[in-house]
Design a protein around this ligand. Structure first.
Ligand code: NZQ
Ligand code: ZN
Length: 388
């Protein structure tokens, strides 16, 4: 088991009704609020009105950054920074899914960034000086509510890049706000949660019992609760378990004591959504079983890890470790299919035309060379081809 530091400053307010705390959370952070949201789901489900009532009653001055895209774009970040300067904003309030929260993080940091904002996205840096950010989560998926990362896209250069900016000061995680999430986004978000766990579970370190056990629990919980939430969108416990799992899955906690795995599926997926603007979790569900099969064949020393996954996560049994390892992957793929996720790139109108350049980009900074099982450019192209 390796050394680790636990340092997550975000306060999570979890559960139904926690929005009652909103005014008190914002009060010490300032009066001038930039309310950030996406394409209108919060207006349809009534959350916008609830939030505005609280802000108006509390005497906050509200400006708005609306229309933040899924796979948020640098243009939205630029718009947000401009409003912050013009209105002398004190605090950002992001209400939405990962895209809205990510965009708000980049805006919060962009306010103090002196160079071009795309340079902020592309350059290597640690946490940045930023305005305080509070969020109200409406989709269980990315874990952006409990981590410092944001992923910003530039459609002109076909780049989608993750970087760290700032932690939310507080996140209000009320599962009832996810009742209106569609079956498709519920399945995609759940696949994203599972991918965050897998990216850390599939590591060379096998003896960090706490993070290993938590990872397996999160995976089992998502596979139990995602189908329930799809069947019964207002099943509070199913939505609540997905939300709790989402926050922990991407927080880094599940990698404590373990060697880094390089997050190869995310590196490959960000290329898919950079080129084709697809839903992140769908791309991950398509890639993950294909990636698993390739690395298990390429490096059979991973067999014990895959067999452990098959036993402890997929609930399979058997004495033949190799068979079990492959059966676990098949079971995972079947599970994704059962949630209604399209499992082939062709279903998303994606062909082979950009695979070579996407494979080069995915290895930015030598990330895939250093992943759990190092991936060559040919490996990545083979994985994309297998996903067709
Ligand atoms: O834009 P609105 O109208 O709000 O609609 C959204 C959007 O169309 C809708 N939605 C959200 N909450 C809803 C709802 N619809 C009905 N009821 C609700 N309660 O769902 C659609 C997708 O929303 P989005 O925010 O894009 O989804 P998600 O939370 O999956 O975020 C995806 C983005 O996060 C990045 C992804 O790459 C992608 O850009 N990621 C961020 C990470 C991080 N910050 O740590 C890590 C992840 O691995 C990921 O890369
Ligand atoms: Zn993800």
């Amino acid at each position: 088991m390796l050394n680790y530091i636990h340092d997550i400053p975000t306060r999570i307010f979890f559960g139904e009704g926690q929005i009652e705390q909103l005014a008190a959370i914002l009060q010490p952070l300032g009066k001038k609020v930039l309310l950030c949201y996406g394409g209108g789901s919060i207006k349809e489900n009534g959350l916008y009105d609830t939030v505005m009532n609280i802000l108006n009653k509390g005497g906050f001055e509200v400006s708005e950054l609306s229309g933040i895209e899924p796979n948020p774009r640098i243009g939205s970040v630029e718009r947000g920074v401009k409003i912050c300067h013009e209105k002398d904003i004190d605090v950002l309030l992001a209400v939405g899914g990962g895209s809205t929260i990510d965009c708000a993080k980049a805006v919060a940091a962009g306010v103090y960034y002196e160079n071009d904002l795309w340079d902020m996205v592309t350059s290597e840096h640690d946490l940045l000086k930023a305005l305080p950010l509070v969020d109200i989560l409406t989709l269980s998926a990315t874990g952006s509510e409990f981590d410092p990362a944001a992923v910003i896209s530039n459609p002109e250069t076909k780049e989608k890049l993750g970087n760290v900016y700032t932690y939310p000061t507080a996140s209000i995680c009320d599962p009832t706000y996810t009742f209106s999430v569609s079956a498709y986004q519920t399945a995609a978000g759940s696949a994203d949660i599972m991918s965050h766990v897998c990216e850390e579970y599939f590591s060379r370190t096998m003896d960090s019992d706490l993070s290993e056990g938590m990872a397996e629990t999160v995976l089992r919980s998502v596979m139990k609760n995602c189908p329930l939430a799809i069947q019964e969108p207002e099943n509070y416990n199913a939505r609540a378990n997905l939300m709790a799992c989402a926050s922990i899955a991407c927080s880094g906690v599940l990698s404590y004591g373990k060697e880094s795995s390089g997050w190869p599926c995310h590196a490959m997926e960000h290329e898919l959504s950079a080129y084709y603007d697809i839903t992140h979790g769908v791309g991950l569900a398509i890639l993950t079983p294909r990636w698993m099969r390739l690395i298990l064949k390429k490096d059979p020393t991973t067999t014990p890890r895959f067999a452990k996954f098959a036993r402890n996560v997929m609930g399979l049994t058997g004495d033949d470790e190799s068979k079990l390892a492959f059966a676990g992957i098949d079971a995972l793929e079947k599970y994704f299919i059962s949630t209604g996720i399209p499992m082939n790139l062709q279903d998303l109108n994606i062909g082979t035309e950009h695979f070579e350049e996407m494979a080069v980009h995915a290895n930015r900074g030598g990330r895939l060379d250093a992943s759990y099982v190092p991936l060559s450019q040919e490996d990545v192209v083979a994985i994309y081809n297998d996903c067709l």
